[in-house]
Design a protein around this ligand. Structure first.
Ligand code: PMP
Length: 419
């Protein structure tokens, strides 16, 4: 086994590097819910690649599909040429995901990452409607390229652009005023008021649970009211399911529980099932207006990712056992967090399925809890505008024992920091 001197990163890599500062070690291998660093120490992963590893690291089913594909000289890079790997993915995605849910979406491969899917969604909405502006939400996170950053609420991230962004208007997310806004009559009044300065938007972009923004959960009735508003006013509804899709909330698409059908949906992170870059923009067929090549990119068809994604859909999405598992494990995390909230002052909890947050009144406590957990061999990260939330995103496939083990570490860390 080779090792590296950990000084190479500080010496040569840009200061913008981030996760390596929360977890100051050098990792080598990973399997299931565990990572190993170069000293041989093991860490339990409660962050799962920021939601990209819903099925854990190197899952044996997808690994063997990938190894077979490579050993048979399967196409690795094919621009957006038609390949068997891509065709099998499209077929399987339609059969396992779209058709059973009655969703008539066209599939676009916009580029390798989540922000590519969001850029395509925003561009398409503007092209279809001929309108310019987009409505986004407080504390939203949609990516780091200029369009996605324009609809991202975080002022530190926005400052990274250095210059004004694309026109976007933030609205209060459901829990911004404590979940008291019942409908969008106020918004329609502003929209109709010639003095308001609000142009009719092309689209509204929303996360059903804001992951980076601090595990802010939108109520189903709020999402329904938003969807009805969009339909009434002929505004396109984009659900960004990059982080909450692929089963994280206990259903394949996070909007299913609300019974809404967005016009456009973005997916990435866990769609490959193996941590490989792959992104999808899905849209209703009448929005399929781009001419060939009007949105392109070199890495639109990650064939190895299509292979692992297809095996993932076949293995995990042929019945509802994963869904049931996510609800049970989500409940276990919620119960453990509720216990902590009852034991200590100054914390509360919120979440849905297997994205659960522990919110600290004293923001610095969340970072201290994660640092202490890292010391005890657990990877967990903060989120929220002041990094005041410990956000848990364990692999959906984590064993109950490992889940309990990680929750026990976290409880000790909370005790150490605020007990
Ligand atoms: N949308 C959401 C909801 C996200 O959570 C993220 C990533 N955290 C993105 C978009 C951007 O994805 P990527 O980092 O792959 O570009």
């Amino acid at each position: 086994d080779q090792t590296v001197d950990d000084s190479v990163f500080a010496q040569h890599e840009s200061e913008v590097r981030s996760y390596c500062r929360s977890w100051p070690t050098v990792f080598t291998r990973a399997s299931g819910s565990w990572l190993t660093d170069q000293s041989g120490r093991q860490y339990l992963d409660f962050f799962a690649g920021a939601g990209s590893l819903n099925y854990g690291h190197n899952h044996p089913v997808m690994k063997s599909a990938l190894l077979d594909y490579i050993s048979e000289d399967g196409i690795t890079h094919g621009l957006d040429m038609a390949t068997v790997a891509k065709g099998r993915f499209i077929e399987t995605f339609a059969e396992k995901i779209l058709v059973p849910r009655g969703l008539d979406y066209k599939i676009q491969f916009p580029g390798p990452t989540g922000t590519n899917a969001v850029e395509a969604a925003l561009k398409l909405a503007r092209k279809v409607t001929g309108r310019e502006s987009i409505i986004s939400f407080t504390n939203a996170f949609h990516g780091m390229t200029l369009g996605s950053l324009s609809v991202t609420g975080n002022s530190m991230k926005r400052a990274g652009a250095g210059i004004p962004l694309v026109h976007a208007t933030p609205m209060p997310f459901d829990n911004y005023f404590g979940g008291v806004v019942e409908d969008f009559a106020w918004f329609e009044r502003v929209l109709d008021d010639s003095g308001s300065g609000l142009n009719r938007p092309a689209a509204v972009i929303v996360e059903t649970v804001q992951g980076e923004g601090g595990v802010n959960v939108a109520r189903a009735e709020w999402l329904r009211a938003l969807s009805e508003l969009c339909q009434r006013r002929d505004i396109l509804l984009i659900v960004d399911d990059v982080q909450m899709g692929c089963g994280r909330t206990g259903e394949f698409f996070s909007f299913e529980a609300a019974g809404i059908t967005p016009d456009i949906v973005t997916l990435s992170k866990s769609i490959s099932g193996y941590g490989l870059p792959l992104a999808l923009t899905l849209f209703k067929s009448d929005l399929d207006v781009w001419t060939p090549g009007e949105h392109n990119g070199t890495f639109r068809g990650n064939n190895p990712a299509f292979v692992t994604a297809t095996r993932t859909l076949e293995h995990f999405w042929s019945d509802d056992s994963l869904t049931r598992d996510v609800h049970a494990k989500g409940q276990a995390i919620h119960d453990a967090f509720t216990g902590l909230c009852e034991t200590y002052d100054g914390i509360s909890t919120r979440g849905r399925g297997m994205v659960q947050g522990l919110v600290f009144d004293e923001p610095t406590a969340a970072g201290k809890v994660c640092a202490s957990a890292f010391g005890a061999g657990l990877l967990a990260e903060t989120s929220g505008p002041s990094d005041e939330v410990v956000k848990l995103l364990p692999p959906l496939t984590i064993s109950h024992d490992d889940l309990d083990r990680g929750l026990a570490i976290l409880a000790d860390s909370v005790k150490e920091v605020i007990g």
